[in-house]
Design a protein around this ligand. Structure first.
Ligand SMILES: Nc1nc2c(ncn2[C@@H]2O[C@H](COP(=O)(O)OP(=O)(O)O)[C@@H](O)[C@H]2O)c(=O)[nH]1
Ligand SMILES: [Mg+2]
Length: 220
């Protein structure tokens, strides 16, 4: 429950390259909260599709709450004020309250500079708007055999630490804001160790978003 009566829902934007694990993380959170494996229906209903190559104007509009859930970005043209999914006068409740980058541990080393450039542009806009930011590092099971075998070893693994440092330096986010997770992707039942990591990430993201809406009210 947000610490601000005007806000009923904290809005969190997940962004990152295709295949990074955004949809899987969304579904993983749902599985963890429900205590069972759920279907994918929920994720698809709020997904904003289309090209990751957002133009500067589109990024600003998205972060400021002009773009309604479910909008599909067109790589060839920007959203216009005439579009049905364009909100003319967004207020605090419509804005993005926390920006979360999703990066896969197994391919972060070989991801092109171009991808980080695009992600950096989104981060910069968010920073200008003082929106808090975090990184979810997915697919930890794919980079470390020790962790694949026993997820409880995650904070003991040198490989995981290295990958977190790589995410931190390539995206310019402090280590303290990076949360490693293993998403639900082939499991038939929920698992406490996976849940702990997912809930730790979620708890921090929700706290950051809540800090933001409280701070904005203080400023008004
Ligand atoms: N091994 C492993 N696979 C994952 C993990 N997270 C996602 N995946 C897989 O990675 C692929 C892409 O994930 P998806 O959520 O569709 O990525 P999106 O394009 O960012 O939404 C899917 O085949 C997932 O099953 C993870 O933590 N570990
Ligand atoms: Mg997806």
């Amino acid at each position: 429950k947000p610490g601000n009566k005007e806000i009923k829902t904290l809005r969190i934007l997940l962004y990152g390259p295709q295949g990074a694990g955004k949809s899987s993380f969304f579904n993983s959170v749902n599985n963890t909260l429900q205590g069972r494996i759920t279907t994918r229906a929920l994720a698809q209903s709020t997904e904003t599709g289309g090209s990751f190559t957002l133009k500067t104007d589109d990024i600003n509009r998205l972060l400021n709450g002009h773009i309604i859930d479910g909008y599909t970005f067109n790589p060839l043209s920007s959203i216009t004020e005439e579009d049905q999914k364009y909100k003319r006068n967004p207020i605090l409740k419509d804005r993005i309250h926390c920006l979360v980058a999703v990066l896969p541990a197994n391919t972060v080393s070989v991801m092109l500079e171009e991808v980080f450039g695009k992600m950096g542009a989104v981060r910069e806009k968010a920073r200008d708007l003082r929106i808090p930011q975090a990184i979810i590092m997915t697919k930890v099971d794919e980079v470390c055999p020790l962790v694949k075998d026993n997820l409880e070893k995650i904070y003991k693994s040198k490989i995981i630490k290295q990958k977190m440092e790589e995410c931190s330096s390539r995206l310019g986010v402090p280590m303290t804001c990076i949360y490693p997770v293993k998403n639900y992707h082939e499991e038939r039942v929920t698992n406490d160790t996976m849940d702990v990591l997912i809930l730790d990430a979620l708890q921090n993201i929700v706290n950051f978003a809540n800090d933001f809406v409280e701070e904005q009210i203080d400023n008004e």
